[in-house]
Design a protein around this ligand. Structure first.
Ligand SMILES: Nc1ncnc2c1ncn2[C@@H]1O[C@H](COP(=O)(O)OP(=O)(O)OP(=O)(O)O)[C@@H](O)[C@H]1O
Ligand SMILES: [Mg+2]
Length: 505
């Protein structure tokens, strides 16, 4: 695709000047300025809680800024709500999807602006318009499908289609790829390139360094609610971005892998087979103190493996044993009884009690532990919550803060802390560092390593190969629901893993 014409156009389309926003106990934005040029992709980076989403929500009318000015095409604007923003050419794909799950795709796209004919909703036109947008974006989704029945990735694509359907001049993507497969990421990038060629100004928020370096023209880094730097992406590299984000050099991305793997087998999985064929006779033994990575392409059955072990997905065949004794796990309750914990991939949708505070969200899975004579021991609950906040550097004014008011990445950390506190012997982690910034990732790796050193067994699924190679002792590679092979993390390469991953595709 030729993007030279649009990329040399230097007109600033969006100008945000000295934006300030205070929440109770947090100065989320402290005089932040941002210029975004027409026909460019401008990446916004920074640690969890740095203020990226808040800055964009001030633009989009979700939050009202306390101070500062916003110019769109040279005109001062101040949108009171997202409807006003959309009508004036600013669209945003949110970090947390907020869709009407009981309604169909088409309704979700046109909600609040249905085409009408003589006062009646024109279903036919709505269908045609939806199809037109989908065709243009090469999105293969039935406009009549009920939103709640679709996988998150498809719902994410609908949200993107909706943003595009407004013919916006500025489109904000707030961590759009966190639940997309590799193929879908490529698809999204084609859409973004097309929009860029049309002169749209795109703001792109992500923690995925390689994506940022690939797609963006300029990069702005924020730290603690302040602007730190704006530079051409071609002048940046990973180390420089990390240094700007974290405020110091991060010499090692992974802690030393010094957890001793013991002889004793903790969990043995034999011929595990799922009800719907996503899992096909998987067998392996996991040792005490071992960190096992699970690699594979999207759809290889990695999540199914964890969910079937945990009794969340139905098993057709196969058995589990713990320390040589056969165990029955037909549902998560039984799994928890056997000291297993599962951090799900979809934790934003399934794990967060939005109206509860951080302490409740942290302790909810271990309430039994705090029960003493029919009363909850609040002192212990407070102590454990403090541990979690400190261990992962969760950015929050207090334990009593509602989880919904934390930044996306910090919500993720709370949920991880919840499962660590259940004192699990077998810890199943599905994409544990998704949405987490580079600095905090290191802390999470350290926590994982410490748990292993205490003799626990960790199974972790990750799409990030360097993460698996950096953290795990051994890596199981899945392909088409089968175990294609296993490799020793010390003596393997990404190529070897990729070859195994492609075995049964
Ligand atoms: N509605 C709210 N009420 C109170 N505090 C909030 C609210 N929204 C955000 N904050 C706080 O503002 C700060 C910035 O949050 P923001 O969501 O902008 O971070 P972020 O850079 O998007 O992080 P992440 O990478 O984790 O998504 C955080 O400390 C957060 O807790
Ligand atoms: Mg955010």
């Amino acid at each position: 695709m030729d993007t030279t014409t649009s990329r040399t156009d230097n007109t600033v389309l969006l100008q945000m000047k000295n934006i300030t926003k205070q929440f109770p106990g947090v100065k989320a934005l402290d005089g932040v300025s941002l210029d975004v040029k027409k026909g460019t992709v401008h990446a916004l980076m920074g640690e969890n809680g740095a203020g990226k989403s808040t800055l964009m929500k001030c633009l989009f009318g979700v939050y009202s800024k306390d101070d500062g000015t916003i110019l769109l095409d040279g005109q001062e604007v101040s949108f009171k709500n997202s409807k006003e923003a959309l009508e004036n050419g600013v669209a945003m794909v949110h970090q947390e999807l907020n869709q009407a799950l009981k309604r169909n795709v088409m309704d979700n796209i046109w909600l609040g602006r249905y085409p009408t004919r003589m006062g009646i909703v024109d279903e036919k036109k709505m269908m045609e318009d939806t199809k037109k947008v989908f065709e243009e974006l090469e999105i293969d989704v039935d406009p009549k499908q009920i939103m709640g029945t679709m996988p998150v990735a498809a719902r994410q694509m609908v949200e993107i289609a909706k943003a595009v359907s407004f013919n916006s001049k500025v489109i904000v993507f707030d961590e759009p790829t966190s639940s997309l497969t590799e193929e879908e990421v490529e698809h999204l990038f084609r859409i973004i390139n097309m929009l860029r060629d049309r002169g749209v100004a795109i703001i792109y928020i992500s923690h995925k360094m390689d994506e940022i370096l690939r797609i963006s023209d300029e990069i702005t880094v924020m730290r603690d609610g302040q602007w730190v730097a704006t530079e051409a992406a071609s002048d940046m590299d990973m180390n420089r971005i990390i240094k700007l984000m974290v405020g110091r050099e991060l010499t090692n991305r992974f802690p030393p892998r010094d957890n001793p793997v013991l002889e004793e087998v903790s969990l043995a999985v034999k011929d595990l087979t799922g009800m719907y064929n996503q899992l096909d006779h998987v067998s392996f033994e996991a040792h005490k103190g071992e960190i096992i990575g699970i690699a594979g392409l999207d759809g290889a059955g990695r999540t199914e493996l964890l969910e079937t072990i945990f009794g969340l997905a139905t098993r057709k065949e196969g058995s589990l044993s713990l320390h040589g004794t056969s165990i029955t796990v037909d549902n998560p309750r039984q799994a928890v009884k056997h000291k297993m914990a599962l951090l799900t991939e979809e934790r934003r949708a399934t794990g967060i009690f939005g109206i509860l505070d951080i302490q409740a969200n942290t302790t909810i899975a271990s309430l039994k532990k705090y029960l003493c004579g029919g009363l909850l021991n609040h002192g212990e609950m407070k102590k454990d919550t403090d541990w979690s906040i400190n261990a992962m550097r969760i950015k929050t004014p207090s334990q009593a803060t509602k989880i919904a008011s934390l930044s996306g990445g910090n919500q993720q950390k709370v949920i991880l802390g919840r499962w660590l506190l259940t004192d699990p012997e077998i810890l199943l982690l599905d994409e544990p560092t998704r949405g987490i910034d580079v600095g905090a990732k290191y802390e999470i790796y350290e926590l994982i390593s410490n748990l292993a050193k205490q003799g626990r067994t960790i199974l972790m699924v990750s799409g990030e190969m360097p993460e698996l190679l950096g953290v795990c002792n051994r890596i199981l590679v899945m392909s088409g629901g089968k175990l294609a092979g296993e490799v020793d993390a010390d003596n393997t390469t990404q190529e070897e893993i990729m070859t195994l991953a492609a075995m049964y595709v």
